[in-house]
Design a protein around this ligand. Structure first.
Ligand SMILES: Nc1ncnc2c1ncn2[C@@H]1O[C@H](COP(=O)(O)OP(=O)(O)OP(=O)(O)O)[C@@H](O)[C@H]1O
Length: 498
């Protein structure tokens, strides 16, 4: 019975995702149409049993990325796992296809490489080059802010990769510190190509129907804080989008926060449209000037987007001394490791045998499809947390909302308790409602009773990353690694005073 259901699902999914078939009947006039296309990164017949699953690198809106070591070769990959049912239900097939086909055609040391793909009844798997150094975002958070030399190193590597990508006719559209990953030795790799947009004259082959639902509905693609003003005014995407986002990213490296920060997306958009940007005094003249130019309201005036191409960007005084031809041979800034139980672990080379590997944590395909276990959250290898089964894999927070209710703010935070700290998803809705959810079990863990009266509900910020929510007879302490404590306070108080 299970097999039949699985088989049906696979067929349905295949019909939506079959690249070769789509290409074969392509009669459209798309600029990037292909009569025949062969993937470079092969579609393998592997199964999850061929890998030893390790820690979870991160969770995206429709995927989970897990460290996975191929048993026969010992090679380590970042396995991006996507639940077919979820992707189909959420109309994300266009993103998946696009990311797969685009990554397949890109070869640059500053861009994450796709090694191979495979699938089973429930999931699609993309074996990506593993970035052991984590997100640039976390380096900024851990260091507070970067020195100008450190920022210059990272921005130069990003510029080098963007130049390649833009020359290939691709706009990334979601450049931000979370999508800039670091290798174990600290070099930058651009990741997350789900929002990519090929230009008219792109050298990249895409599918004729590779337009996402959001695109068709012309809602904006990307991340609120890094989106340029013209996109908010529904102008078509240009490479200027990425250059604006680069300006925001440099600002964030140097200051610790993005330039257009506010409590809600709507307020952020107001700031972007007004180009309400204020430079801290400690930014150098050159850094201010470069950011100011990258944040030009006119996308064509942003350095890199004008008629002289990338020369005007690379020749900017901020980059004085950069040897653009040998950029990847320079020594990267020191990486600050994560604090906590995992920090003592070797974050070193992909081939380093890792004592936390445990043969018992391989996916259980017999009962639930695929289960993966997080073995690195504790040095004790017997501590194995089973993650949500594939059915609830990646399911969104929507299930905790009523019809018409929408999320105003959401953060993966730590709820500090006497004996143990719990990771929870804290959600504030427009109802207003304040709840926290267990992200792995996808179970509601608590509701903080709402009151407009600050005597019955108040929020105290104790540092940029920690805050307390005070309700009658109870104080709940949270830690937000993304340092949004003040934003939480602002958002809750704004709702109380609405
Ligand atoms: N190659 C990789 N090596 C190491 N970690 C990775 C790699 N690719 C992704 N990650 C981590 O996994 C997380 C999830 O990645 P994914 O591409 O699925 O989604 P995302 O970019 O975070 O979100 P969304 O899809 O919602 O835009 C990332 O935030 C990143 O921290």
């Amino acid at each position: 019975m299970m097999a039949m259901i699985g088989g049906e699902m696979e067929k349905e999914f295949e019909s939506k995702l079959n690249v070769q078939d789509n290409l074969a009947d392509n009669g459209g006039t798309d600029v990037n149409k292909a009569k025949s296309f062969k993937f470079r990164a092969p579609q393998e017949n592997f199964t999850v049993q061929d890998f030893e699953m390790g820690k979870i690198y991160g969770v995206g809106s429709y995927s989970k990325v897990v460290r996975a070591k191929k048993k026969d070769t010992g090679k380590v990959y970042a396995l991006k796992i996507m639940d077919k049912k979820f992707i189909t239900k959420e109309n994300k097939t266009a993103y998946v296809k696009l990311e797969r086909i685009v990554l397949d055609q890109l070869t640059h040391p500053g861009i994450i490489q796709l090694h191979f793909t495979f699938q089973d009844t429930y999931s699609l798997y993309m074996a990506l080059e593993s970035c052991e150094g984590g997100e640039l975002f976390d380096q900024i958070t851990r260091k507070g802010r970067l020195t100008e030399d450190e920022a210059r190193f990272y921005v130069a590597e990003i510029v080098d990769a963007l130049e390649y990508m833009h020359n290939m006719g691709l706009i990334h559209r979601d450049i931000k510190p979370e999508n800039l990953l670091l290798t174990s030795d600290g070099h930058i790799k651009i990741a997350d190509f789900g929002s990519v947009k090929p230009m008219q004259d792109s050298q990249i082959t895409v599918l004729p129907n590779a337009t996402s639902e959001e695109e068709k509905a012309s809602t904006f693609v990307g991340t609120a804080a890094y989106v340029p003003p013209e996109v908010l005014n529904s102008s078509p995407a240009t490479i200027g989008n990425d250059l604006w986002a680069l300006g925001c990213t440099l600002f964030q490296m140097l200051s610790g926060t993005s330039p257009f920060k506010d409590a809600s997306e709507w307020l952020i958009f107001q700031r972007i449209i007004a180009r309400d940007v204020r430079f801290p005094d400690y930014f150098s003249k050159d850094a201010k000037d470069l950011i100011d130019k990258l944040l030009d309201i006119d996308p064509l005036k942003r350095p890199g987007a004008g008629p002289d191409g990338y020369e005007s960007l690379k020749n900017h005084p901020f980059f004085r001394g950069i040897d653009w031809r040998n950029i990847r041979s320079k020594t990267p800034p020191r990486l600050v490791p994560e604090k906590g139980p995992a920090s003592g672990r070797s974050s070193g080379g992909d081939d380093t045998p890792d004592s936390s590997w445990n043969p018992t944590h391989i996916g259980d395909v017999t009962t639930t499809g695929n289960m993966v276990a997080d073995v690195t959250s504790s040095s004790d290898a017997s501590h194995i947390t089973k993650l949500a089964s594939i059915d609830s894999f990646d399911s969104k927070w929507q299930q905790f909302l009523e019809p018409g209710e929408s999320i105003l703010m959401i953060s993966m935070v730590k709820k500090l308790q006497k004996l143990s700290n719990k990771k929870v998803q804290l959600i504030l809705t427009n109802k207003p409602k304040l709840i926290y959810v267990d992200p792995s079990k996808l179970a509601g863990k608590g509701t903080i009773i709402w009151s407009d009266d600050p005597n019955d509900l108040s929020i105290q910020v104790t540092s940029p990353s920690s805050f307390k929510i005070c309700i009658p007879k109870k104080v709940i302490t949270f830690e937000d690694p993304k340092q949004r404590a003040y934003q939480w306070k602002k958002a809750i108080e704004a709702l109380q005073n609405r």
